[in-house]
Design a protein around this ligand. Structure first.
Ligand SMILES: Cc1ncc(C[n+]2csc(CCOP(=O)(O)OP(=O)(O)O)c2C)c(N)n1
Length: 363
């Protein structure tokens, strides 16, 4: 891995991204483990920066790593679009967003590629890796993904849009509209639900009366599968099949990846108020990182020295990025309105405001 922590996947051609055939090689799995270590170290650092009062709010991606890294490998980053939300830090790293850029975002420093430090962390767009337009307005990315897929289909381009959402997002009307439209027009979209069974404090059983939301796909006229999203291999196989289907013009697939949210919803949340200690322990026991570590050790692909080196490298990269981001300036006030939609974004002068009718003023 290069010293700046950027990964080899970034904007690579398909041949370099995919493992041979349908499976992932040991080397692929080891590379995924490296990216997981980097993502986890960065995630923990961002949380720490919040607790020091330096990062405003942090959504943790701990527990979500395996399926996101499988998605980066199953897609073609040189072609495909990623309509993400705020919990896709591992995916962004796999696509080539650097830890320095991400830390600049958490610290609201100049030079991060998503909003130039003007937005909530993990919000905005990163054109370089075709990731947009991530925000915390739940579900908005799904109709947008369908719109992007429709544009690609109309232009005859063989690109696939991946729409990321959570179990909470599945309750939004936008999700129904997006899936229905995509099903009718057989659009090249993969709906990827990272089902961590919580929407902040609301458990899945209060969101839906079914055990798996993959069954909903049938009502939209396309396949739905539910997979173990902590397993890189299972995730890669399901996502590769869905991506191939979309690229071949056969339409969407809903992939429901069952995972665990290990940390609270964000740094503003305390999950001990609504999850038992046993349940939190269960989530930690399904952490994809030790699961993959055990598998690699069993395959003979990871020994103690390699393990130590991977985590030491991740720490060094994050430390260096953190030092640099600390030293970086905040955005200059003169740039406050740069890249905002609309040429003028100022408070109207009082005399230019339309006069209010008397009955409104009195109300
Ligand atoms: C339209 C809308 N409704 C509600 C909220 C408040 N809200 C922010 S994040 C969130 C939970 C989303 O949960 P889920 O989609 O399962 O994703 P997760 O955060 O678990 O990854 C909610 C309800 C919002 N930001 N936007």
């Amino acid at each position: 891995m290069p010293v700046d922590g950027s990964t080899t996947i970034a904007r690579a051609g398909n041949a370099q991204v995919r493992g041979p055939g349908r499976g992932l090689t040991e080397a692929d799995l080891l590379e995924m483990y490296r990216t997981m270590a980097l993502s986890r170290t960065l995630d923990e650092r961002a949380w720490l920066l919040n607790r020091q009062g330096r990062a405003a709010i942090v959504p943790s991606s701990q527990g979500h790593e395996a399926v996101q890294l499988a998605c980066a490998r199953a897609t073609d980053p040189a072609l495909d679009h990623y309509l993400i939300y705020y919990r896709q830090l591992p995916l962004l790293i796999a696509l080539g967003v650097t830890p320095l850029e991400l830390l600049r975002g958490f610290l609201a420093k100049q030079g991060e590629p998503m909003s130039g430090g003007r937005q909530f962390p993990m919000h905005g767009a990163c054109q370089r890796v075709d990731a947009f337009s991530f925000s915390s307005v739940v579900g908005t990315q799904l109709p947008q993904a369908v719109g992007v897929a429709l544009a690609d289909a109309m232009r005859g381009e063989k690109r696939v849009s991946i729409a990321f959402f959570g179990d909470g997002g599945s309750s939004q009307g936008d999700t129904h509209e997006a899936m229905n439209f995509a099903g009718i027009h057989r659009l090249p979209v993969v709906f990827l639900c990272e089902n961590n069974r919580y929407a902040i404090s609301v458990p899945m059983r209060k969101q839906m009366a079914i055990d798996s939301l993959a069954v909903r796909a049938e009502a939209y006229g396309f396949p739905g599968v539910s997979i173990d999203g902590t397993d890189p291999q299972a995730s890669y196989e399901a996502l590769s099949a869905a991506v191939d289907r979309a690229r071949a013009g056969k339409g969407p697939t809903l992939v429901e990846a069952m995972i665990e949210r290990i940390f609270p919803h964000t740094t503003d949340d305390d999950q001990r108020k609504y999850r038992t200690a046993e349940e939190i322990k269960h989530a930690r026991d399904h952490d994809p990182i030790p699961v993959l570590e055990a598998k690699l050790r069993q395959l003979g692909a990871l020994d103690n020295a390699t393990f130590d080196r991977i985590w030491a490298d991740a720490k060094r990269v994050v430390n260096e990025a953190n030092e640099q981001a600390d030293a970086d300036p905040y955005p200059d006030a003169s740039e406050m309105f740069t890249n905002l939609y609309g040429a003028r974004f100022t408070t109207p002068e009082p005399e230019s405001r339309p006069a209010r009718p008397r009955h409104v003023a009195a109300a």
